[in-house]
Ligand binder design. Structure first.
Ligand SMILES: [Zn+2]
Length: 467
């Protein structure tokens, strides 16, 4: 039963608590759950919401008071309280009470009275979250991203202006086994030397004189450099790849870095989202969102659509005659349904194969995202047969490894309902052996216990699906 305090008392107490929570930094809240490492103006950590093995996707930005996972995408961003609410599996208001208690803002008695012994309506909690889950004001408002027609044109000029180096050519041909046709269509050596960059800008000016500085500074990757008094773009050494939307237009550029230092990601987006934070140095600049990468096969008589993660996986799947959609992480599903609808207008798609990396078996967060994806597909596309593609981890992490090492015939295509049902039952058996029934209790396990839990889960899955 709710303890006897008035609505108004509760309201005042909560407002006061949030006012004090404003002074608690996002990094102190996030680092109370996961380790973080300084990197420039950000802190990096391994994302607890997807199968993260390398620093880079999960960022905490103290001067904006926010965190974000670029792999998980929509919904996996916000302030410190939002992080606790997702991590601990509780609602936004409960998370605020918990942080306030942990940071000594409220006493245990107050926590017990206002949090544990009260019922708050969903609509109230939603209102509170909307009011407080905001970032601190940044220095300059990022500009709206240039529309797809402009991006398509500008990115094509960059590619056409840049030769592929011998080193990159042999990487793509020998290691990745791409055809000349595919290499010519989408790949180039990213321009880094200043004459190369000047040449790119000159070519854009020649071909599209209507793209003024004001237009170019809204194309992800570009910004206006106040010191040099001219348009410039972000560059790193590596292979540039054109990323296409469902209509074949170039929506973005991804770059595969030649070399990586600790904490850096191998694949990065051509983006200038950093520029608005240094308004005395730059004007404009914008991020590219989390674009999906869609590849169509040369012949379109096959009826299979594959969903995976990563361009070089898409390439081998396409090579086998399938349409592929590469997501920026299995959790990044917003808008995917409309892409599939568009594809189905053109092609006789009958089956969807989900081809995510083998090590995702043991990761319950990845499973939950996969389950969500399967539910969405079943609900919106009831005519499609959905299969989860599984293989032994020792044969390779990604589906592309199996194509290249000849183990592709060992993969199993598991009907999605069976997959979810089996996974759930194995999961609950293993949870019981850890004397818990809820996934959120897993957070109480030590790192070592968590590792052994995931190994057990992985082994059980492999023994069922891959005998
Ligand atoms: Zn993530």
């Amino acid at each position: 039963m709710a303890a006897k305090i008035t609505e108004k008392e509760r309201h005042i107490f909560i407002e006061n608590m949030f006012a004090k929570l404003e002074n608690v930094t996002v990094e102190s809240i996030v680092s109370s759950r996961i380790p973080l490492k300084h990197n420039g103006r950000h802190l990096l950590g391994l994302c607890p919401f997807h199968n993260d093995t390398h620093l880079g996707s999960f960022l905490v930005t103290p001067d904006r008071g926010i965190w974000k996972c670029f792999a998980c995408g929509d919904g996996y961003a916000g302030n410190g309280i939002k992080f606790i609410s997702l991590y601990d599996g509780i609602d936004y208001l409960q998370a605020a009470f918990k942080v306030a208690l942990e940071k000594g803002i409220i006493t245990y008695d107050e926590y017990s009275l206002y949090s544990q012994r009260q019922n708050y309506s969903e609509s109230y909690i939603k209102k509170i979250a909307e009011k407080y889950d905001k970032e601190k004001k940044s220095s300059a408002k990022p500009l709206k991203m240039a529309d797809i027609a402009i991006r398509h044109n500008v990115y094509h000029v960059i590619k056409d202006a840049c030769q592929l180096s011998d080193q990159h050519m042999s990487q793509l041909k020998e290691e990745r086994k791409l055809s000349d046709e595919r290499i010519n269509a989408d790949y180039f050596t990213f321009p880094c030397l200043s004459w190369e960059k000047n040449n790119v800008i000159k070519k854009i000016r020649e071909e599209y004189p209507e793209y003024t500085d004001e237009v170019l500074m809204t194309v992800p990757g570009f910004y206006y450099d106040r010191t040099k008094k001219k348009i410039a773009f972000y560059a790193v050494k590596g292979i540039g790849m054109l990323i296409h939307d469902v209509y074949g237009r170039v929506a973005a550029i991804q770059i595969r870095r030649d070399t990586i230092k600790e904490g850096q990601q191998r694949y990065i987006w051509f983006s200038s989202s950093f520029a608005p934070y240094e308004p005395d140095k730059y004007i404009g600049g914008t991020g590219c969102g989390s674009p999906r990468d869609i590849l169509y096969p040369a012949n379109t008589d096959r009826s299979i659509l594959c969903i995976t993660e990563g361009r070089f996986k898409s390439e081998v799947i396409r090579d086998f005659g399938n349409v592929t959609i590469s997501l920026q992480g299995v959790g990044s599903q917003k808008g995917l349904d409309s892409d599939i609808t568009e594809i189905m207008k053109e092609l006789p798609i009958k089956s969807v194969f989900l081809m995510f990396d083998a090590d995702s078996f043991g990761n319950t967060a990845v499973f939950l995202q996969l389950e969500k994806l399967i539910c969405m597909l079943q609900e919106k596309f009831p005519s499609l047969k959905i299969r989860v593609v599984c293989w032994r981890k020792e044969y390779g992490k990604g589906i592309d490894d199996l194509y290249h090492n000849g183990k592709i015939k060992t993969v199993k295509y598991i009907e999605s309902d069976l997959y979810v049902k089996t996974y759930r039952s194995v999961l609950s058996k293993i949870l019981k052996s850890y004397e818990t029934e809820s996934l959120s209790d897993l957070k109480k396990l030590s790192l070592e216990e968590k590792k052994s839990f995931e190994d057990n889960l992985q082994q059980a899955e492999e023994s069922i699906f891959l005998q």
